[in-house]
Design a protein around this ligand. Structure first.
Ligand code: ADP
Length: 260
């Protein structure tokens, strides 16, 4: 019985994983089909080539995601490297802009430079794409999406409110839309796997849970702010590379502090 239970839990986990990858794969396909659509209407040589190259890259990423099914299971970053999150956003924003369409104004702000985090860049792109597509869904008649990257210190007082958060230096990625916003009920459940308000065939309910898993896996932190009819902000804190971590009093050896 115990073995059976373990097995079914394992199957459930694998199912969630597979679903998650299918979801990301689907997002990548959205990019491909968006670009192909563009190709149909605009037939200028250089642009054509560039679009085809991007479609190809997305297809490659999709294939990579599927083949990395097993490493997802280990809950470890696939291929973490020091990534300048600002540069990553700059090179990714054109693709995001096209994916969002003309009704949505994409603004990117990079405050300062050298925003380095240890991440898998294709996972980070996947996360940004997930958030952008959610924002698009929340703005059916248009609006604006702002992606802002900056440095943030999470201090001891802040960390004390969230037991898993380490005080220190973080790269903050803030994603803000002017969409429908979320009710309290939706906000409370938004990060749950398979929770969706989008109905059968439209939503899988895996986007935000994937983003959450990705951020937590890196030792990061995620915050959601949303107000009905005003919009939504999701703040992602990725531990910064190359910064001395702030001292966490929870790590401090007590006897040391009490000498004398
Ligand atoms: P899915 O997009 O497939 O529904 P997600 O996990 O990405 O799955 O999102 C879960 C739910 O959270 C969505 O169905 C939607 O109700 C809500 N949501 C997510 N992002 C936004 C947003 N930017 N604005 C409003 N609601 C959102």
């Amino acid at each position: 019985i115990e073995e059976e239970l373990r097995q079914s839990q394992k199957m459930e986990a694998v199912g969630q994983l597979t679903g998650g990858i299918a979801h990301d794969f689907n997002n990548l396909l959205t990019v491909i089909s968006g670009n192909l659509e563009m190709l149909e209407s605009s037939l200028h040589d250089e642009a054509q080539k560039e679009l085809l190259r991007e479609a190809q890259d997305a297809a490659d990423d999709g294939a990579k995601l599927t083949s990395q099914l097993l490493s997802f299971g280990r809950r470890q970053p696939l291929d973490p490297k020091s990534v300048d999150v600002g540069s990553l956003l700059s090179s990714f924003s054109e693709l995001l802009r096209r994916t969002l369409g003309e009704a949505i104004e994409l603004r990117t702000r990079i405050r300062g430079s050298g925003h380095t985090a240890l991440v898998d860049s294709s996972q980070l792109q996947s996360a940004l794409l997930n958030l952008a597509l959610n924002a698009r869904d929340a703005m059916p008649t248009g609006g604006s999406l702002t992606l802002e990257i900056s440095r943030a210190q999470l201090d001891r007082d802040y960390a004390n409110m969230y037991p898993q958060v380490r005080p220190g230096d973080y790269i903050l990625v803030a994603v803000t839309d002017t969409g429908t916003g979320m009710s309290e009920e939706v906000k409370a459940r938004a990060f749950e796997p398979f929770f969706t308000t989008k109905g059968v065939g439209s939503g899988t309910g895996l986007g935000l849970s994937m983003v959450y898993g990705f951020v937590k896996q890196l030792g990061g932190h995620i915050q959601l702010y949303s107000e009905i009819d005003k919009g939504t902000t999701i703040r992602i804190y990725l531990p910064a590379v190359g910064a001395a971590p702030m001292r966490d009093p929870r790590d401090a050896a007590r006897p040391d502090a009490q000498r004398g």
